[in-house]
Design a protein around this ligand. Structure first.
Ligand SMILES: [Zn+2]
Length: 94
């Protein structure tokens, strides 16, 4: 699938989050993939999270995560950053 990554400015907006995402990017795995949807598993130190990519949505709504940070703040979290870095660096193939 053609995945539209978030702009680099978004990924690097918060240094602390970006560094966390960079570390987590090494743990990113693809859970499943359909024609409109990719589900990623990101393994953190204490918890595992699911990041979803929705091809049919637009802008930042394409990327969603099940973590508390994303749910409460509705902002790009370290897991979404990790998935974007993993794709960019070809750590996972979609
Ligand atoms: Zn998250």
């Amino acid at each position: 699938m053609q995945i539209e990554l978030l702009p680099l400015d978004d990924l690097e907006a918060d240094d602390r989050l970006y560094i966390k995402g960079l570390k987590l990017s090494k743990t990113v795995k693809i859970d499943y993939e359909t024609s409109k949807h990719v589900s990623f598993i990101i393994e953190g130190d204490e918890s595992q999270h699911s990041v979803m990519y929705f091809a049919e949505k637009s802008g930042s709504k394409r990327w969603q995560c099940d973590c508390k940070w994303y749910t409460l703040q509705n902002k790009t979290c370290s897991h979404i950053i990790a998935a974007n870095i993993a794709i960019k660096n070809s750590l996972v193939l979609v």
